[in-house]
Design a protein around this ligand. Structure first.
Ligand code: ATP
Ligand code: MG
Length: 509
């Protein structure tokens, strides 16, 4: 290809044509009638159809839906529209791979009216989609977390009330069965709320250094029972994939949810394969997931030979309540839980069609530092509950209904309760040395000052003060104030017995 002066007289001279042909950017020159004067190799490859010098660009080079747009854009540009004109088109030969066409005025001295550049934007689009998807999931997460938080308080209050009503009746009482049913329904609501909180990444995770192989091998009997006899389970677990930092119980939940989905996708039987291996930092780029920063990861792949996931649904499956299953068969929270847990553990989850059929879910967790020590021992089991009678509790909870119920539950257990409607109201009570406090029982999220901050302030005034943190929302996992042994966690909603046990345990620590 030859460009007219002044390009031809540049020092690069004859090499320029070769260079332009090697350029990954497609370039073409059009004359005042829109006819092709010349173009480089990349342009020919990009548009993927025969081009004739002296003829306009063939409209059939793009898909029918984009033809009018391209024609108008070229006409506008030739008639002196403000340049550059840019538009996205899909090439007929490869409609799935959109191109961006930019029309600019050629540099002075080039004998042409229009310089047309085409750029492959697949990569850019993929990134845009990933960002859009991540933003959407975050927004849904916030919404779900907010709803779940409020529901959790309602359920906590109801659970306390129904337990108190049940405690006053003996089995056989006219109301006993109905009350028992209310308690069961409440529990079901609580399970739902927990899944939502998991999705919203607002669970209390007990992060530990674990070996994925151990976790998965430990799960095998349960998985076999879940998937039944018609589905073959195969494992390929690398012995040296490396440790990760997760909550082992939550990781089990993730794998169980994926396995149950795989089972549902293989009603006539098939194979479920679980593979783990290390992904060193320099191999991350090759995975093609641009959102993953380069670092060492441990991969867990869960592959099934089932129905697969239709392309148009793939972007939706992680949304809460998205399900294709019949009413009563699926809630649509399985994958949302998976998503939330993986994200909260600093990992990534993707899904893709399997090589032949079925689906592959791939999870990547950052590899934990090798500190030489073996897997951390699980936290010691709480000592058996003694009697909390006589313990003096400062109860800090901003939700009135919850506070009332908790107070009643504590007082029934013989605990002496002082209450505060939030952290700011609690501080003066903590400062007042004449008020005896054996245990601080506080909510996490409160207006003005949150639970962990209150704990930090309280401990500054009363070192080593035992604390029961009633969590269920926006747990800051690594905050020093909550990550010590004098702090007990209680996930909302909980029953009176759990609260009393926590108080007793906290006092004894
Ligand atoms: N392995 C799979 N193969 C085919 N489709 C799947 C697979 N995993 C998930 N899906 C699709 O994604 C949807 C959402 O899955 P998710 O686990 O979130 O909810 P669910 O299984 O429908 O209900 P729940 O898990 O709450 O009981 C499913 O309804 C199904 O359409
Ligand atoms: Mg499911």
């Amino acid at each position: 290809m030859t460009f007219a002066a002044p390009y031809a007289v540049r020092p690069l001279g004859p090499q320029l044509d070769t260079l332009l042909d090697a350029l990954p950017l497609g370039l073409a020159l059009l004359d005042s009638e829109g006819r092709l004067i010349n173009c480089n190799e990349a342009f020919v490859l990009s548009v993927g159809c025969d081009l004739q010098r002296g003829s306009p660009l063939p409209p059939t080079m793009v898909i029918p839906a984009d033809r009018a747009g391209l024609r108008t854009a070229i006409a506008d540009a030739l008639q002196g529209a403000t340049l550059p004109v840019e538009l996205r088109v899909r090439i007929a030969a490869r409609p799935a791979e959109p191109l961006v066409v930019t029309m600019t005025a050629p540099p002075p001295g080039v004998r042409a009216t229009l310089l047309v550049a085409v750029r492959d934007v697949r990569e850019q689009l993929r990134l845009e989609q990933q960002v859009a998807q991540a933003t959407k999931m975050q927004a849904i997460g916030q919404l779900a977390g907010g709803v779940a938080h409020d529901f959790n308080n309602i359920l906590t209050a109801n659970q306390g009330l129904v337990e108190q009503l049940l405690a006053r009746r003996a089995p056989g009482d006219a109301d006993y069965d109905d009350l028992e049913q209310v308690r069961i329904n409440n529990r079901r609501g609580a399970d739902l709320v927990h899944q939502l909180l998991a999705f919203a990444r607002q669970q209390t995770l007990r992060l530990q250094r674990v070996d994925v192989r151990d976790v998965i091998e430990h799960l095998v009997p349960l998985l076999r029972r879940l998937i039944g006899e018609d589905i073959e389970l195969t494992l390929s677990l690398a012995p040296d994939a490396g440790p990760i930092r997760v909550d082992p119980g939550q990781l089990e939940q993730v794998i169980v949810n994926l396995a149950v989905n795989a089972r549902d996708a293989m009603p006539g039987g098939g194979t479920l394969e679980i593979v783990t291996h290390a992904v060193p930092a320099d191999a991350v780029a090759a995975l093609g997931h641009r959102v993953m920063p380069p670092a060492d990861y441990v991969a867990i792949l869960v592959c099934d030979s089932g129905t697969g996931i239709p392309r148009e649904l793939a972007a939706k499956i992680f949304e809460p309540f998205f399900t294709t299953k019949d009413v009563g068969k699926g809630t649509g929270l399985g994958l949302s839980t998976v998503y939330g847990i993986v994200k909260q553990s600093g990992g990534f989850v993707f899904n893709a069609p399997g090589p032949a059929a079925g689906t592959i879910f791939s999870l990547y967790f950052p590899r934990a530092e090798d500190d030489g020590a073996s897997t951390e021992p699980p936290p010691p089991p709480p000592p058996a509950a003694a009697d909390p009678r006589g313990a003096r509790v400062l109860l800090v909870e901003d939700d009135r209904a919850v506070r009332l119920v908790l107070r009643r539950a504590l007082e029934r257990g013989g605990v002496v309760v002082t209450e505060a409607i939030d952290a700011l109201a609690a501080l003066p009570l903590i400062e007042d040395a004449s008020i005896a406090i054996d245990v601080l029982v506080t909510d996490v999220m409160m207006p003005g000052m949150d639970g962990p901050e209150l704990i930090a302030r309280a401990r500054a005034l009363r070192p080593g003060l035992p604390v029961v943190l009633m969590s269920g929302y926006a747990e800051p996992p690594q905050r020093a104030a909550v990550a010590d042994h004098a702090t007990m966690f209680l996930a909302k909603p909980f029953g009176a017995a759990a609260l009393l046990t926590a108080v007793t345990t906290a006092v004894r620590r």
